[in-house]
Design a protein around this ligand. Structure first.
Ligand SMILES: Cc1cc2nc3c(=O)[nH]c(=O)nc-3n(C[C@H](O)[C@H](O)[C@H](O)COP(=O)(O)OP(=O)(O)OC[C@H]3O[C@@H](n4cnc5c(N)ncnc54)[C@H](O)[C@@H]3O)c2cc1C
Length: 459
């Protein structure tokens, strides 16, 4: 017999669990289905494990630089990869276990383990069970994209998931993809002691960023000995003994990188290929992402899509915000829209890159008259005191309306300090408001009001 619920949530990523608990708190009976590990990508193979490993890599780097701070370490600095992995596993396992326990301990929530597939617009099958509801929430996330490049079927490679099992030091890691995920892994493995080459198809890494940001990050990585190969327009993989070669150019025999291991970090694909969406009539785009409106409703009444799968955000904070929008709209008729969200994210290389709002390139395209302020981290007292002066900070404002348009902090503490700007943007405060604020000394954030006093026209 079919089991009836007030709501069905598919996936326990960054939106599903909070939504299930909130709906249950409102008195609804909720089934939540998970086919793998509770917590999804962020907790198990994304943000949490990578940031835990970035912390290990930072410790190694700081130890190597100990003499700069007047600290003497006798002997060489070694990284125990088994212990790095054990630390990472402990953090991720604890978080995943906490989510499972939270869901199982919530009255009104039924946890079902297995792969969910739509039978119709109101029925979902999980193994032998058929669940029915007039409200279904899809939070199935995505996985690493494996591009159809020549040779990919013949060579072993890591993705962000499989590299989580590595407890040894690759001799030479070739990272294919010079974007956010690839760069974090590249820098951490370099700091663990691997040789690292980053291969990027486009003319520069993190091409979505302004040129000065790309060049700033590339310079930081290159200074640590990471090789960066751009313009790799025709990549092909081949294996010879224990070595893997990646040829980069369209003509044979030109640039080739040979290493011991390869990480594919060239993008994500949505987990919609085996979800039975056609049976429910849910529309997807050409890449398989579910099409939603600004309230995250699909084309089928009663079915919402939240998180990475709706292509309206590729981050944990955007997935969680999706939950807030959907829950507030359903339970409080709040009229919230994903359009109210301001673009914000960080790249957790060290020093990190914090970003909010528009890039300079986007501002130019918009045709707005803008003013910018920019300052190298060598002129930020806190960075000098910490001995971490790589990078720069910059902010752009509308010359006519005084609206803050965007900001970048590539530098120590940039992932945190950027929130001063983000919060003002959400408050819709003019940039002049910040000029009258007194920030704490000595911090990176204290230079933001100063920066706003040094604005020049954006060229
Ligand atoms: C290496 C890496 C580092 C990252 N670092 C950051 C970061 O620092 N900050 C940040 O904001 N974002 C980061 N991200 C992105 C972030 O992890 C994702 O944007 C976020 O996890 C998306 O959450 P989600 O809820 O959409 O889906 P997911 O977290 O992917 O969860 C989806 C869940 O659904 C389950 N599922 C899928 N299909 C089915 C099915 N048919 N039946 C049952 N269950 C199913 C999956 O098993 C999974 O548990 C990173 C990603 C990666 C890969």
């Amino acid at each position: 017999m079919n089991e009836r619920f007030d709501a069905i949530v598919i996936g326990t990523g960054q939106a599903g669990p909070a939504l299930a608990v909130r709906l249950a708190g409102a008195g609804q009976s909720v089934a939540i289905v998970e086919r793998k590990r509770f917590g999804g990508t962020c907790v198990n193979t994304g943000c949490m494990p990578t940031k835990t490993m970035v912390a290990s890599a930072y410790a190694a780097q700081l130890a190597r630089r100990a003499a700069d701070y007047g600290v003497t370490i006798e002997g060489s600095i070694a990284v125990d990869m088994k212990r790095v992995k054990a630390r990472k596993d402990s953090v991720a396992d604890t978080a995943s276990g906490n989510i499972a326990a939270w869901l199982r301990g919530t009255k009104g929530v039924t946890v079902i383990e297995g792969h969910a597939r739509f039978e119709s617009a109101s029925a979902v099958r999980v193994g032998e069970r058929t669940l029915e509801s007039q409200q279904i929430f899809i939070n199935v996330g995505g996985r690493a994209l494996v591009p159809p490049m020549p040779g990919v079927a013949e060579v072993p490679y890591f993705t962000n998931s499989s590299i989580m099992d590595v407890d040894f030091l690759p001799e030479h890691l070739i990272v294919i993809g010079g974007s956010y995920i690839g760069l974090e892994f590249g820098q951490m493995y370099r700091r663990f002691g691997s040789r690292v080459t980053v291969v990027e198809k486009l003319p520069r890494i993190i091409v979505r960023e302004d040129q000065d940001v790309s060049e700033g990050v590339a310079g930081i990585l290159a200074a640590e000995g990471i090789a960066i190969e751009t313009h790799a327009e025709c990549m092909a993989l081949s294996k010879s003994g224990s070595e893997i070669s990646v040829s980069l150019d369209c003509e044979d025999g030109k640039r080739v990188v040979t290493g011991s291991h390869v990480l594919l970090a060239v993008g994500r694909r949505p987990n919609t290929d085996d979800l039975g969406l056609d049976r429910a009539g849910v529309a997807t785009d050409a890449r398989g992402f579910i099409v939603v409106d600004d309230m995250l409703r699909t084309n089928v009444s009663g079915i919402h899509a939240l998180g990475e799968v709706n292509a309206r955000g590729a981050f944990t904070h955007t997935a969680y915000n999706d939950y807030e929008i959907v829950a507030d709209n359903l339970l409080s008729n709040a009229g919230r829209s994903v359009r109210d969200r301001i673009n914000a994210y960080a790249l957790f290389v060290d020093p990190p890159l914090g970003r909010v709002g528009m890039s300079d390139g986007e501002i130019r395209q918009s045709g707005r008259r803008a003013l910018v302020g920019k300052r190298p981290m060598t002129r930020v007292g806190r960075a000098v005191e910490k001995g971490e002066t790589q990078g720069f900070m910059k902010i752009a404002v509308d010359a006519d309306t005084q609206e803050i348009l965007g900001a970048t902090i590539l530098g120590v503490g940039g992932d945190e300090a950027i929130h001063c700007v983000l919060d003002l943007m959400y408050a819709k405060a003019p940039y002049t408001a910040m000029q009258r604020m007194v920030h704490i000394h000595p911090t990176v954030a204290e230079l933001l009001p100063t920066l706003l006093g040094e604005l020049v026209p954006l060229q």
